[in-house]
Design a protein around this ligand. Sequence first.
Ligand SMILES: Nc1ncnc2c1ncn2[C@@H]1O[C@H](COP(=O)(O)OP(=O)(O)OP(=O)(O)O)[C@@H](O)[C@H]1O
Length: 291
Amino acid sequence: MITVSGLTKDYGGRRVVDEVSFELEPGTVTGFLGPNGAGKSTTMRMVTGLVPASSGTALVAGRPYTSLPNPGAVMGTLLDAAAVHPGRTGRTHLRLLASTIGVPAPRVDEVLEMVDLTAAGGRRIGGYSLGMRQRLGIAAALLADPPVLMFDEPANGLDPEGIRWMRDLLRGHAARGGTVLLSSHLLGEVEHTVDRLLVIGSGRIVADGPIHELLAGDGTAVRPADAASFEPALRAAGLEVQHRDGGVLVVPGASPDRIGALAAAGGHALVDLRPSEQGLEELFFQLTDAS
Ligand SMILES: Nc1ncnc2c1ncn2[C@@H]1O[C@H](COP(=O)(O)OP(=O)(O)OP(=O)(O)O)[C@@H](O)[C@H]1O
């Protein structure tokens, strides 16, 4: 649904997005991660045509976003929730947008309901909290029920209940065959929401793949009933052992099958045995420090 090829942006001789390429498929939520200033917003703005690319292309449903007959019906965006007229009510703002993109007026009340702003719909946007503005921006993106959603930091200003609501919204959209790209600096939130990760560091893509593959380690995490007797058995087999919280031992470079066989051979009871995973935070720093 979104095909980005060699997208590059130079500002005054400084390259802030460097040959970025990726493809987003229907039915997936992709998380776009990177440190401050890595180029996430600029990339998303180039996809919408808000910022012209220095080189490269971005296609949405096969065409540049701005040349689609009705762009808002193909991709809903949340790029800058502050960019709305503060003197208008939320409902008027959405009605104006709806008429621009050819959406029937009753849909406005539907999306207000979806984002839990029905009661606040008649109030001026100037009096909205940051979280309410985010919800209004999301309502605007959902107006035409577009197959693609592209949200820059959608969790900004949302409380924990709002963050969970957002996760359900995005997962639900993907489950119905939609395509979602979201940027976020909340790693915990991303870890629980996305299927796939796109990590950018200093303008370049440094990782792109299914989240479970990127987080998978090359070893085993095992919780023996009696670590004091199992650890020497592992070491005797020539394996390295690292300690984690909760009595978990991580054995780099050994498969769960091998660890299970060792436990069985020595008569050691195991409480848990699984491939080891690194945390998203660890992966993030590893990738972005290197860039
Ligand atoms: N209009 C502009 N003129 C000059 N430089 C810009 C402009 N917009 C962005 N930049 C620079 O481009 C780089 C990438 O910025 P961008 O906002 O895309 O990063 P980001 O990954 O979205 O960061 P954040 O997480 O802080 O929002 C930054 O160094 C920024 O200062």
